[in-house]
Ligand binder design. Structure first.
Ligand SMILES: Cc1ncc(C[n+]2csc(CCO)c2C)c(N)n1
Length: 215
């Protein structure tokens, strides 16, 4: 049996993929010991990421080659614009991060990098390129979240960040993203590999930077 295209991409991204999934941030999140400063630094940056992410999802809706796929992306966009946004606001409240404080914080390098790569992928108007970035930002997150030991931390800021990335709907969505990239990616292998590898590096750097600012 030949290896799935997405598996080949993930293997090509090693050892960076494993460095991200096994990052200190993930370890501490699993045990509920991430400090409030680090969690706040991380979430402030991640909230910025959401705007560009929706641009990328919009590009997926626009470039998908089937009606079925377009419907799925549409449903997902609805969910992201609803539930997840309230998580951020509740978490900022609990961590004592005001809107003014957030506005005064500038983008870190990895945040700039994510915004740029998501915009770049959207601008290619290539469904495989869009899928390559989406696969990393979703699948890599499912990968670390699915490894969380039970019981989850008592602090909702930690526990909900895990369950947002490991629940039946999200698992299904990641399975769908992989099937789509397996199907259309090989026709644009070089572009997909380039976007995939650059995004995995950004994921690792994004975790690193929460400690650089928050400690
Ligand atoms: C740096 C970074 N990478 C990936 C994700 C995961 N993620 C980004 S948008 C989205 C859809 C809504 O949950 C998901 C799962 C993240 N949050 N932050």
């Amino acid at each position: 049996m030949t290896e799935r295209f997405t598996e080949t991409l993930k293997n090509a991204s090693e050892p960076t993929w494993s460095a991200a999934v096994g990052h200190r941030f993930v370890r501490e999140l699993h045990e509920g010991s991430v400090s409030d400063r680090v969690m706040a630094a991380y979430l402030v940056q991640d909230h910025r990421f959401l705007d560009s992410f929706l641009t990328l999802l919009g590009a997926a809706i626009a470039t998908a080659d089937t009606f079925e796929a377009r419907l799925r992306f549409g449903r997902f966009a609805g969910m992201v614009s609803g539930e997840e946004n309230t998580y951020f606001l509740r978490a900022f409240d609990a961590l004592g991060v005001t809107e003014e404080a957030r506005a005064a914080i500038s983008d870190t390098k990895p945040t700039e990098g994510f915004k740029a790569i998501m915009r770049q992928a959207a601008e290619t108007r290539s469904y495989p390129a869009v899928l390559a970035v989406l696969n990393v930002v979703e699948w890599l997150y499912l990968d670390w979240a699915a490894r969380a030991p039970q019981p989850l931390p008592g602090n909702f800021v930690h526990a909900e960040w895990i369950t947002l990335h490991d629940n039946p709907f999200f698992r299904d969505f990641v399975a769908f993203l992989r099937e789509e990239l397996d199907r259309v990616g090989p026709s644009e292998e070089k572009t997909c590999t380039d976007f995939f590898l650059r995004t995995v590096t950004l994921e690792r750097d994004f975790f690193d930077s929460a400690f650089e600012i928050g400690e």
